[in-house]
Design a binder for this molecule. Sequence first.
Ligand SMILES: Cc1ncc(COP(=O)(O)O)c(C=O)c1O
Length: 375
Amino acid sequence: MAARPDTEEIPLARPVLGEEEELAVLDVLRSGQLSLGPRVPAFEHAFAQRLGAARASAVSSGTAGLHLALRAVGVRDGDEVVTSPFSFVASANVCVFERARPVFADIDPVTLNLDPDAAAAAVTDRTTALLPVHIFGYPADIPAFERHGLPVVEDACEALGAVHPDGVAVGARGNPAVFGFYANKQLTTGEGGVVTMADAAMKERIDSERNQGRAPDMGWLDHDRLGFNYRLSDVACAIGLAQLERLDGLLADRARVAARYSEALGGLEGLGLPCPDAGGNVRGWFVYVVQVPRGHDRDDVLRALREHGIPSKPYMPAIHLMTYYRETFGHREGEFPVCEDVAARSLALPFFPEMTDGQVERVAAALARVLGQAP
Ligand SMILES: Cc1ncc(COP(=O)(O)O)c(C=O)c1O
């Protein structure tokens, strides 16, 4: 890896793209088949194999994948879906797309994932699915959610590379699981996503609904169900194939940067760090999010870091307290105290595979100064 000078401006995130991706894209351009071509099944096959999943469907985004996965397990008008309020807004929005109600339950204060006991208490006779999120790449306790005998849709958009305690990769348990490939993700296709699943009929339905409801053996303008344009192009799939080739290195680099951060920040009093892997869970590192010490205002810390030239982001805001969710569902402060406390103190620091030790140390030193804890 080329050393970057440590005085360079530090971005919040930066994808790693090289000659392999350039050549892969050129190949597609020269082939003339930019969509609905051979790179789509090739990428799906390689992605499923990499995870140990039975099958995969490439889609235009993580959001599109979550939407199709919810439809595929039968969520419809008037249903309830139990999910986490500490997530990117898309995991709740997709329930609303189908006129189902996202029913939030509080999170575990350590893993920041949906708390299985809180989720159990939120299940009613109108619940038709649970939608746990592997937040920040830390595996959610999927067997605990499966106990209800209801379909489980896994939001694995942030969790490529994560592994459950039994050695099964996140996304390979058989439930529909959705990955996202926006540019800050472990693997990127610019925009894009994949749904993994065990069930062949589910793949058939998702493949049809991503392509305007067309069955594989139908004529071009014949459609036997309602569908969407949620296709992923061959250009994007070619980038995805090249990114898969370098995925081991990308994940290892992310883990290295995270370890360096945890070392550099470990001495700061009151600062909450991402939980270390425990009980056999392996995190697929996506972001490095800290919680500012109590008594500090997170937004003041963010502004002060910016003055030191360090970008950071409030990550994540609680979904139930967003304007749309307050106005549509009547949510208020105090409903999910763990989530609200974590969301109010969370700050994503610059994090990307090529981040140097020197850059991590610059961020850590700036944070120490801002918190009044510089040596
Ligand atoms: C937890 C989670 N869910 C869903 C999504 C949506 O993915 P996309 O942006 O690809 O639609 C994201 C991506 O940011 C995410 O982090």
